[in-house]
Design a binder for this molecule. Structure first.
Ligand code: ADP
Length: 161
């Protein structure tokens, strides 16, 4: 039986925290699909195509990991890919409440699907896409926190403003 997991998120943009989670998850499952939400419900800095492209560049050829986009409910996407697991990363305690609510709701919508939480690596506990954007757009150096292609993209957004 092939164990398929999806790792959903906005990834606007992908950070080394996300890459750490998907790398560790790829050792636990046969296939991991990084599932990029089409409309994050907030204005994204990067287009869907750019977000996907940056993830693909960062992953290189990581065995068993692919990138797709999806619209609508995460559980519907999981079902359509025969995934049995949703992976989510947990950072500080502040992540817990929303993640807890979402996992309960997803369990109600699709009882066969498990949410597996992975703790953020210590170096990335306080790392978020929104913090990276805020700091980078104010001219701060985030090169140790994001893949090289993301750093380049953030620098060019800044130059073009
Ligand atoms: P969303 O908008 O769905 O929260 P994100 O792209 O912000 O999408 O995050 C996707 C997932 O990755 C979430 O489960 C989030 O908690 C997790 N995540 C975000 N940043 C980190 C990090 N630095 N370390 C570990 N997990 C993280």
């Amino acid at each position: 039986m092939t164990r398929i997991a999806i790792y959903p998120g906005s990834f606007d943009p992908v950070t080394l925290g996300h890459i750490d989670i998907v790398t560790r998850a790829s050792r636990l499952f046969d296939r991991v699909i990084m599932a990029v939400v089409v409309n994050p419900g907030k204005n994204s800095l990067f287009s869907l195509e750019t977000r996907i492209h940056m993830i693909e560049e960062a992953l290189g050829s990581m065995p068993g990991v692919t990138v797709e986009s999806f619209e609508g409910l995460t559980v519907d996407f999981a079902r359509s890919r025969q995934a049995s697991v949703i992976i989510r990363g947990l950072r500080a305690i502040s992540d817990f409440e929303l993640e807890f609510q979402m996992s309960q709701m997803n369990k109600t919508l699709y009882p066969q699907l498990e949410t597996v939480f992975m703790m953020a690596k210590q170096d990335y506990t306080f790392l978020s896409s929104s913090m990276v954007k805020e700091v980078a757009l104010l001219g701060g150096d985030v090169s140790s926190l994001v893949p090289a292609s993301v750093n380049t993209a953030l620098c060019s957004v800044n130059h073009n403003r």
